[in-house]
Write a protein that binds this ligand. Structure first.
Ligand SMILES: O=C(CO)[C@H](O)[C@H](O)COP(=O)(O)O
Length: 140
């Protein structure tokens, strides 16, 4: 699996998420550079939509800005999650392909649990196929 990663700041939470990604058998596509949150969200979204990555992970202070930017990219379904149930539900029921988290409000261990729930939940539930198709139609 290839995971695109981007954050607009660095702290214990982003370092824990990066370490958790490094500990997994995933290829990490790190888009983080000297960029602002809209560019980071868009870059992760473009990596996922363009097929450079299978899933994406974005963090900013709130998580909302990078989520909104990623969702501007056609084909991206970015979900802001703050606990594992939200993250796995976003995969199962929304076929979310980008996880957004707040680097200010999630403790490092919680962020790692949310990340694990997102990456380890296969998506989507077949019962949701029609709803996922409805989401796709909104891109048109
Ligand atoms: O949470 C965010 C966006 O939703 C940003 O991380 C926060 O606004 C800080 O950004 P900047 O350093 O550019 O002011």
């Amino acid at each position: 699996m290839r995971v695109a990663y981007g954050a607009d700041d660095a702290n214990e939470t982003t370092r824990a998420v990066q370490q958790a990604l490094a500990d997994r058998a995933v290829e990490v596509v790190d888009v983080t550079g000297d960029q602002q949150w809209p560019d980071i969200g868009a870059a992760v979204g473009q990596a996922v939509a363009g097929g450079t990555a299978d899933l994406g992970v974005v963090l900013c202070w709130t998580g909302t800005g990078t989520a909104i930017a990623a969702n501007k990219v056609t084909g991206v379904r970015a979900a802001l999650a703050w606990d594992p149930w939200i993250a796995s539900g976003a995969r199962k029921w929304n076929d979310a392909n980008v996880l957004a988290m707040s680097l200010k409000r999630l403790a490092p261990d919680v962020a790692v649990e949310v990340l694990a729930a997102f990456l380890d939940t296969p998506g989507p539930d077949p019962d949701e196929a029609a709803n996922i198709a409805r989401l796709g139609a909104l891109d048109d």
